[in-house]
Design a protein around this ligand. Structure first.
Ligand code: IMP
Length: 212
C-alpha cells in the first residue's frame, strides 16, 4: 500500500491514527512532517463533504508543490486522509454539527459552549437529550479516486460537566452504558469506543480492499 499523509496538525490525533493503522506497515505523516502548508476552507455542510474537501485540497496542493518534507517522493506516492468530526444534539436539530469547532465563535471557551448547550436543554428529559459524536474520514488516492467512511458514538447530553480528560464537548457527553461522560474515561477507554477510531478502522478496511 502507498504511504499516508493525514491532514491534521493535532498530535493527539496522529498518535491514535498511528496506533490504529500500524499494521498496514506504511509510513504515516502529519501535514507538518510532509512539509505541507496548504490552507483549506472547510465549507461543506456534511462531515463527509468537509473531510473530502480537506483531503482533496491537500492532495491538489501536493500535486502542485510536491511533498517538501519527503525528498524523492511525489504526490503519486501518497494516499491523503482527512477527518471531520463534531457533536450532533437531536433536540437542537443536529446542532452544533459541522459547526462544532465554530459554535459561538472559535475563541469562545468550551466551558461557555458546554454551558450554553446545557442551558438550551433546560427541562428536557433524558430520553430527549440524545446526541452523538460523529466522525467522517475521507481518502484521496493518487489516481484521484476517493472514499469516505463515517462512524458515531451514541450518548446523551448531561445536566452538568464532569471529568477532566478529553477535550471539547467531552465533559457534557454521557454514555448510556455507565452514565459517565467521555471526559471521565481514560484516553485508552475513549479511543476504544471513539467515533474517530471506528471511522478509521472502517477506512482501513476500505483501503485494504482496494489493494486486493
Ligand atoms: P475537528 O474534526 O478536529 O475539526 O473537530 C471538530 C470539533 O468537534 C472539535 O473542535 C470539538 O469541538 C468537537 N469534537 C469532535 N470530536 C470530539 C470528541 O471526541 N470530544 C469532544 N469534542 C469533539
Amino acid at each position: 500500500m502507498k504511504d499516508i499523509i493525514f491532514a491534521t496538525g493535532n498530535a493527539g490525533k496522529m498518535k491514535e491514527i498511528r496506533e490504529i493503522l500500524a499494521d498496514l506497515g506504511v509510513e504515516i505523516l502529519s501535514m507538518k512532517e510532509a512539509g505541507i502548508e496548504a490552507e483549506v476552507e472547510e465549507n461543506g455542510v456534511t462531515f463527509e463533504e468537509n473531510a473530502l474537501i480537506k483531503a482533496a485540497g491537500i492532495a491538489a496542493w501536493c500535486r502542485e508543490n510536491g511533498v517538501p518534507g519527503c525528498s524523492g517522493k511525489t504526490a503519486d506516492d501518497f494516499i491523503v486522509l482527512a477527518d471531520d468530526s463534531g457533536l450532533e444534539v437531536d433536540y437542537l436539530n443536529g446542532e452544533p454539527g459541522v459547526y462544532s469547532a465554530r459554535y459561538m465563535g472559535h475563541d469562545t471557551s468550551y466551558r461557555e459552549k458546554n454551558a450554553n448547550i446545557i442551558a438550551r436543554l433546560e427541562g428536557v428529559p433524558k430520553q430527549e437529550r440524545t446526541a452523538r459524536f460523529v466522525c467522517a474520514i475521507a481518502a484521496v488516492f493518487p489516481d484521484g479516486a476517493h472514499e469516505a467512511a463515517r462512524a458515531a458514538v451514541e450518548g446523551y447530553i448531561g445536566w452538568k460537566e464532569s471529568g477532566e480528560n478529553g477535550f471539547g464537548y467531552d465533559p457534557i457527553f454521557y454514555l448510556y452504558e455507565n452514565d459517565l461522560s467521555t471526559a471521565q474515561l481514560s484516553p485508552e477507554e475513549k479511543n476504544a469506543i471513539s467515533h474517530r477510531g471506528k471511522a478509521l478502522r472502517l477506512m482501513k478496511k476500505k483501503m485494504q480492499e482496494r489493494e486486493e
